[in-house]
Design a protein around this ligand. Structure first.
Ligand code: ADP
Length: 399
């Protein structure tokens, strides 16, 4: 089945064409591209295997125009036609969508209602779905795959916040968790690499990119994850604070004479690595300045400390059943320094890095733990698009 995977953010559209099946056993990526800065003077980059890449800049007023641009380009590439299905990435599936779903009018109406829970993330996806349906019509089935659904197995004790129960009920407040497509991919890939079914592996996945989250996975299922009601909770991220004392919000609002929306902005956009270092949210710059700039060092150290704290907590709730720690995301895949700093001082639970493997495992999948390590440590390149394509095939093949 040839799937067009669409990942629409508020002002970007990324796509891939992936030939796959439910199992992903035989998978081929045929084309990929991005439209950036939708809503004004945009740029795009499209490339298909065996053809020259195209780059251009032009006004792209909305997602419909962006999807139109992609479809028109696909139409000019005979090898890419026909598309059998479209798989859409949607960040928030709320409590309604516990797995990928075939898109119909009812699903779109529910996704629109969910924009309230994910105002930064879901509107772009909904625009992309509407645009694709308008351009491609009903003949091509479309599936939505959610970043929250992998976490629907988190038990109530880990999902509920200790605030008045009625408030949680009234406003659907709970730990939803995010990055689910990434964690699902990473555990499936690890299982493949060690030759086991995903349902027989338990591990802690550390997905460290601009956004960062940790997940405790037991027998292939998420039982806890560090992002919560929103993607702000948990680990230190590029510009997000992760965990803070919730009393900071009202304290800072009073002291700085600003409203809650401003604090929200500080915690989401000006905190994390950027806020701590005062230099950058880019881990490459911070690790390069680690030896020479105390604030860069502070940011990296706090980032690694928080990740280690979650790792310890998750090894504990997995009750010793974890067999692996898995690093992914731009930082997890590429930074040997961050991996080492997180795992340093984890010898108490038998984790031993192979330093040479850690230094050289950059941007490729493989084991970085020493042979005597009690737990495997793996680096895995996250491929969310592949999971979306496989989920799309699964939904349609079942149908
Ligand atoms: P997103 O969450 O937006 O998908 P990515 O997974 O692409 O982000 O990760 C982006 C992060 O990865 C940035 O902080 C970037 O600095 C970091 N990164 C990429 N390459 C390296 C590297 N070689 N060393 C350290 N950090 C890196």
């Amino acid at each position: 089945m040839k799937v067009l995977v669409l990942n629409c953010g508020s002002s970007t559209l990324k796509f891939q064409i992936i030939e796959t099946s439910e199992s992903g056993a035989v998978e081929r990526k045929l084309a990929r591209g991005i439209v950036d800065r939708i809503g004004g003077q945009a740029s795009y980059h499209f490339e298909a295997d065996g053809a020259a890449a195209v780059n251009n800049a032009l006004v792209v007023r909305d997602h419909e125009a962006a999807v139109g641009l992609v479809i028109e380009w696909l139409g000019s590439k005979p090898g890419l036609k026909p598309i059998d299905a479209v798989g859409h990435r949607v960040v928030h599936g709320g409590d309604r969508f516990t797995s990928a779903v075939l898109i119909d009018d009812d699903v779109i109406a529910t996704l629109e209602a969910l924009c309230e829970l994910a105002p930064l993330h879901n509107p772009g996806a909904v625009s992309g779905i509407r645009a694709a349906r308008k351009i491609l019509g009903d003949a091509i089935p479309m599936v939505a795959a959610f970043d929250t659904s992998f976490h629907h197995t988190i038990p109530q004790q880990a999902a509920i916040y200790a605030i008045p129960y009625e408030l949680s009920q009234r406003h659907k407040i709970r730990r939803y968790g995010f990055h689910g497509l990434a964690h699902q991919h990473d555990i499936a890939r690890y299982a493949e690499l060690v030759g086991k079914p995903p349902t027989q592996v338990s591990a802690v996945t550390l997905h460290l990119g601009n956004g960062c989250s940790a997940t405790a996975i037991r027998n292939g299922q998420s039982i806890d994850t560090s992002m919560g009601f929103t993607p702000l909770e948990g680990l230190v991220m590029g510009t997000r604070s992760g965990d803070v004392d919730p009393a900071l919000v009202s304290y800072l609002a009073r002291k700085e004479r600003v409203d809650a929306a401003e604090i929200d902005n500080w915690l989401n956009k000006l905190s994390g690595l950027l806020g701590l270092s005062g230099i950058s949210n880019d881990m490459r710059e911070l690790t390069a300045a680690y030896q020479t700039n105390p604030r860069a060092r502070l940011a990296v150290d706090v980032f690694c400390y928080r990740a280690r704290k979650y790792l310890g907590a998750y090894l504990s709730i997995l009750e010793g059943s974890a067999e692996a720690v898995i690093f992914s995301g731009g930082i997890g895949e590429n930074s040997a320094l961050v991996r080492k700093n997180i795992l340093n001082a984890m010898a108490w639970c038998g984790i031993r890095l192979d330093d040479a493997a850690n230094e050289t495992m950059i941007g490729r999948d493989g084991r970085i733990s020493a042979p005597q390590s009690k737990l495997d440590v793996f680096v895995i390149h996250t491929d969310e698009e592949a999971i979306i394509a496989r989920e799309t095939a699964r939904v349609l093949e079942k149908k």
